[in-house]
Design a protein around this ligand. Sequence first.
Ligand code: PEP
Ligand code: MN
Length: 337
Amino acid sequence: MIIVMKARATENEINAVAKKIESLGLKPHLSKGVERTIIGAIGDERLIKQEQFEIIAGVENVIPILKPYKLVSKEFKSEPSIIKVHGVEIGGKEIVVMAGPCAVETEDQLINTAIKVKESGAKILRGGAFKPRTDPYAFQGLGEIGLKLLAKARDITGLAIVTEVMDTSEVEMVAEYSDILQIGARNMQNFKLLKKVGQTRRPVLLKRGLAATLKEFLMSAEYIMSEGNFDVILCERGIRTFVEYSRNTLDLNIVPVVKQLTHLPIIVDPSHGTGRYDLVEPMSKAAIAAGADGLMIEVHINPAEAVSDADQTLRPEKFDELMNNLRPLVNVMGRTL
Ligand code: PEP
Ligand code: MN
């Protein structure tokens, strides 16, 4: 439920509404605009009644949000959210490109890749230190050593860092090193993990689950936001379908639908979405045309030697070419790169 205060509502009146919400077992969320304050009542709406708030002094309007996702919805916030991280704005005019290797492997591999992607115009460095692998005997990531290397790459290049956190016990550690916490597709419905990252003040990149519906995806974002962290970036990374020629089917329909229903930024990962390096460029273009706010692309200094996802990984030269080929389209879309 959203409680819209009158333009001239006093601090006391605003506090009275917040207290009432708390007394009913929900959490108040205040958005102070230039004109008026809007208060969200976060929690189980069955505990409250619209009329209880309509009679409080200073209240102009009470709007029930019918959708199951509330904080995520456009009804809660009509303006698009812009997530600011390390001098970069995600969800604004710029198409923000996050690039880097699938996994952090060695210092040379990471730093050299980071320098290259930065030169080509990427703003955020990606790289997994904790890797969710299907095969328990496959490389699982360097863990904290990998996080330290990412932080070093940030020092050298000035790029912000995004890296995956897989377990609640590691959230604090990853948040110490990384600018953005990535929740991988396999953990999209790990609700304890979602709550835990929701308690940090680091932006969260939430990847769509392997077979998640739109509603499930948005409800997972709601989990994070319900803990007070409103800096959520959605990421479409392909879903499982019957097609066999690509690793996943990149569901670009979801980009304009997310824009219709929510105020959150959405980026697209054509590397995992296709599993094929030759499809990364066409699907990057398609993602931008569909209205995505950014891209996540796997780049490795030497893809042939990549320990994971070699087939979908670009060489730095190919990434540079891709960035140049995207620029005319980005301009047509009224965005910048
Ligand atoms: C990744 O981006 O490193 C990754 C593992 O992707 P996903 O969770 O989308 O499979
Ligand atoms: Mn990968």
